[in-house]
Design a protein. Structure first.
Length: 505
């Protein structure tokens, strides 16, 4: 039976029959000013094919030179992941053809990576509320270069099949990459999808803290390949794996693992076998489809890169870089929770929503922690869910959220009006101040206008006014609502209440 036509097994039945094993390969684009082996700039979003030269285009006679800053970034990532750093390592040529790879080989590392044998502990909430820790063992973190980017025009899927023609942009070709490869993660069971998401989230958090990459999943500067296999429950073996390529959001990492577990289980339960292949993740439908049969290492015909000298970082340099490492993510979370006064539940929700770094930057921009949390886990999370995007890919920055909250703190906006400012930010209407001015959103502070609106509300609701005169102050809410409606929400509710009570006391 075809692996793409079988029905999916339920997640519960999958776990009754099979044990999952995970493997994650995360590619991180380093934020160097120039490419891995040449002096071309790395700015994101430049016009196609304007950041290229003979070296990154693979033209005959062009000679590569290693980017020292990229090596430094690789060492710092390795150290932060508790890896050993090689005394001596070298680059290799990985030979395979793809249209966006101009040299027809990728300069990478094979059997001699710069960092190896590390680990990262990932904590999930346990059933009793206490954290449940999974140790993810890092097999290697090696240096390589990115490929270019193809754009398939025409057709419904955006892929080459069915396209009218394809375009290639080589600006990305040669950008420094660090590929972080885990050993098989076993024993996670039903929590395998959560472990995968939490690992990538924590890794991204670490990368940003190191300052070696902006780790923007929406821009492809951090991408995850998800390897998955199933084996009969209790057999303690590894099944045949598939590799779902370039999963570009935390939400999708979890969904891709869950989907592939159910798909593998359906194939195996029907008597079929799993094809070792790469697969494509479809964000819109939440499924994977077949890519190409997965090559083994020998198929790439690795051999040492003859045009590059080996990399041999001194122990003094490595120790100097160790001294630049940021705070451990687990310790940092505990410190921030204490500083912000968040409860355990509030902090878990913050981390689970992928909003920790966003709130940290918003607080750094001058916003109170609870106000920052309110906007990111309330308004921004709602909008992200509605559009099916990651919260940090909405297009609203922490600095903009801080600017909106500053307008609330200054009495220029209330929360209702602030939400309209966020509408304007998402629509690209300018800065918060510009949006407030263009949309006329500022709270009315004219005492005469407020007093007139209060008088009108009292006259229109005599029964309510009488209750307030009789001492039933809670009834003022109805009049406040009437005033706010007349003022289109652009009134200070607290001041309106004061005016009502002054007039009726």
């Amino acid at each position: 039976m075809s692996a793409q036509t079988v029905d999916l097994l339920s997640f519960e039945e999958t776990l009754e029959k099979y044990d999952p094993a995970l493997g994650l390969e995360v590619h991180v684009e380093l934020s160097t000013l120039t490419k891995m082996f040449c002096g071309c700039p790395t700015e994101f979003g430049a016009e196609p094919n304007t950041q290229v030269c003979p070296t990154c285009l693979g033209l005959p006679g062009a000679m590569p030179v290693v980017n020292r800053k990229a090596v430094e970034g690789a060492i710092r990532i390795g150290l932060a992941l508790n890896c050993q750093i090689a005394d001596w390592c070298r680059f290799a040529r990985k030979n395979y053809f793809y249209p966006d790879m101009p040299k027809n080989f990728q300069t990478s590392q094979y059997d001699e990576p710069i960092a190896f044998e590390g680990w990262m502990d990932v904590a999930l909430e346990g059933e009793d509320g206490e954290p449940e820790t999974f140790r993810v063992v890092i097999e290697r973190a090696h240096m390589e270069e990115d490929t270019g980017k193809t754009l398939h025009v025409g057709g419904a899927t955006g892929r080459i099949h069915g396209a009218d023609y394809s375009l290639v942009d080589y600006n990305r070709a040669g950008i420094p990459l660090i590929e972080i490869v885990t050993k098989p993660i076993r024993g996670a069971g039903e929590r395998a999808p959560e472990v995968a998401k939490a690992y990538v989230a924590q890794l991204r958090e670490l990368i940003v803290a190191l300052g070696v990459s902006d780790a923007r999943m929406d821009q492809g500067s951090i991408r995850a390949d998800v390897n998955l296999s199933l084996a009969p429950r209790g057999s303690n073996v590894l099944g045949t794996r598939t590799e779902t390529k370039n999963v570009n959001s935390l939400r999708s990492v979890e969904r891709a693992v869950r989907y592939e577990m159910r798909r593998h289980a359906a194939v195996l339960s029907s008597g079929g076998s799993i094809l070792q292949e790469t697969r494509h993740w479809h964000e819109d439908t939440g499924i994977t489809t077949s890519g190409r049969e997965k090559s083994d290492a020998e198929d790439y015909r690795y051999f040492p890169e003859p045009d590059l000298v080996p990399v041999a970082p001194s122990r003094e340099w490595v120790e100097e870089l160790r001294g630049t490492l940021p705070e451990n993510p687990t310790q940092k979370r505990a410190r921030l929770q204490a500083e912000w006064g968040f409860s355990d539940l509030e902090m878990r929700d913050t981390v689970g929503a992928g909003a920790l770094l966003l709130i940290e930057r918003t607080v750094a921009a001058g916003t109170a922690p609870q106000a920052a949390r309110k906007w990111w886990l309330g308004e921004m999370a709602r909008r992200a869910n509605e559009t099916g995007t990651e919260i940090d890919a909405l297009g609203v920055t922490p600095e903009q959220v801080a600017a909106v909250q500053a307008l609330v703190d200054a009495g220029t906006l209330n929360d209702k009006l602030a939400r309209q400012v966020f509408d304007g930010l998402l629509a690209g209407e300018g800065t918060p101040d510009e949006i407030v001015a263009a949309r006329g959103l500022a709270i009315v502070s004219d005492e005469g206008a407020l007093s007139a609106a209060v008088d009108h509300a009292i006259a229109a609701n005599p029964d309510v006014a009488d209750k307030i005169r009789d001492g039933k102050v809670a009834a003022a809410g109805a009049l406040i609502g009437a005033v706010m409606k007349e003022m289109r929400g652009q009134a200070d509710a607290a001041r309106v209440r004061e005016l009502i009570l002054e007039k009726l006391a």
